[in-house]
Design a protein around this ligand. Structure first.
Ligand SMILES: NC(=O)c1ccc[n+]([C@@H]2O[C@H](COP(=O)([O-])OP(=O)(O)OC[C@H]3O[C@@H](n4cnc5c(N)ncnc54)[C@H](O)[C@@H]3O)[C@@H](O)[C@H]2O)c1
Length: 369
């Protein structure tokens, strides 16, 4: 996987004959302005926001949108995972119908990953599919959620169980939106950024691991651009997650389990932080199973410790975590299949592990945390 691809990149979605580009910075702003001017005049178009992106990011778009504003309606949802539901998706479809949306209507998802997952899902089912564009406003949505064509809503407490593969027509990344993003969200996204670095290895990992995080945690533009390129490179090779795309789940088998356990004990943990802890635990397992070197293991811990304090994991928590890991979507035939790192830039997926491997990994993790 190479991170040295320059944006915009055309992403060809196998079998669907669809392609889309990811535009960045000034180019994104210019292209978005042109797009607003060229939208079909006779149709209603929509911008999906949550209340935070409406307050902080929508004003930034007003200037571009001005000329066709009579055709554009704002659809606002509450911030947070709860909005990623079938009920919200249905409500949005009904409101769009009431506002005379038609097959040529276009939806812009202006927000974090919740907005792009929800809006992408609505676009994929409304009148059997309308065009949509992602304008990500959180760091996590910029480097991960807005690219790749996976849309989803949650089924109760089960995340992303209802969804489609339905790519946006283009993605516009304006890094200035990050200026209002809370620090907690920035730190959490760094968990995914570190993951992209580990998957990519090479120069990009060097840059990620050596970046001096200044107080704001906003990465340099070129680091964001390269992180997006890592995701694009993987998705381009395996859009429907048949094989290679599974590498993007590095840190997630344990991370999701840890996130689930935290949620159950009413102490919710930001997703990216859980992934960062997962990167450490899974690297310990990889030390035993795939021969990841002790030096590399130490580097992983050192980099992750820049964004969070690593908690100790009690022995009594291991069986609980294992139960969560057994429910992971990547598993097959009752085995827990993980994604493990054998070296920076070298990742194996579908590695079976036992509860004994987990216990060994956690013991080593506790000694390094
Ligand atoms: N489809 C995919 O491939 C994919 C990949 C990774 C994650 N996801 C999904 O993405 C979601 C997480 O994304 P997220 O971290 O962006 O969460 P989010 O959308 O909930 O955004 C986090 C918070 O930041 C606020 N926010 C966003 N942009 C802001 C800005 N510029 N200024 C101020 N506040 C702002 C939001 O309102 C929210 O309160 C999860 O639901 C996850 O499942 C999807």
């Amino acid at each position: 996987v190479s991170a040295l691809v320059k944006l915009p990149i055309a992403l060809v979605m196998k079998n669907k004959n669809a392609f889309y580009s990811v535009f960045f910075g000034n180019k994104a702003r210019k292209k978005l302005g042109e797009l607003f001017q060229s939208l079909p005049q006779k149709s209603k178009h929509f911008i999906l926001v949550d209340s935070h992106s409406l307050q902080h990011c929508y004003p930034n778009l007003l200037e571009l949108e001005a000329r066709i504003s009579q055709n554009i309606e704002i659809l606002e949802v509450n911030p947070g995972e709860k909005s990623k539901s079938i009920a919200t998706a249905e409500m949005l479809c009904k409101v769009m119908l009431e506002l005379q949306a038609d097959k040529h209507s276009v939806l812009f998802n202006l927000g974090g990953g919740v907005v792009s997952d929800l809006g992408g899902f609505v676009a994929s089912v409304f009148k059997r599919g309308i065009t949509y564009y992602n304008v990500p406003t959180s760091l996590l949505a910029m480097i991960d959620a807005s690219v790749g064509g996976k849309t989803a809503v949650n089924a109760g407490m089960y995340k992303n169980q209802i969804g489609t593969f339905y790519p946006p027509k283009a993605v516009f990344v304006l890094p200035e939106f990050l200026e209002t993003l809370p620090k907690k969200e920035l730190k959490s996204a760094w968990g995914e950024l570190i993951k992209h670095g580990l998957i990519s290895g090479g120069i990009f990992w060097d840059e990620v691991s050596k970046t001096r995080l200044h107080s704001s945690f906003i990465p340099q533009d070129d680091l964001i651009e390269k992180a997006i390129a890592v995701k694009v490179a993987v998705v381009k090779k395996d859009p429907y997650e048949e094989n290679l795309r599974k590498v993007l789940n590095l840190g997630h088998t344990f991370g999701h389990a840890f996130e689930g356990m935290a949620l159950n004990s009413k102490k919710p943990m930001p997703h990216g932080i859980a992934v960062a802890i997962g990167l450490c635990v899974e690297s310990c397992i990889a030390y035993y199973k795939l021969g990841l070197t002790k030096e590399n293991l130490a580097v992983v811990f050192q980099v992750v410790k820049r964004i969070c304090v690593l908690p100790q994991i009690e022995n009594t928590q291991v069986p609980i975590l294992w139960q969560f890991m057994l429910a992971d979507k990547k598993n097959a035939e009752g085995e827990v299949l993980t994604v493990l790192l054998s070296d920076f830039g070298k990742v194996e997926w579908k590695v079976p592990i036992s509860i004994h491997d987990l216990q060994l990994g956690i013991t080593l993790y506790n000694s390094l945390a």
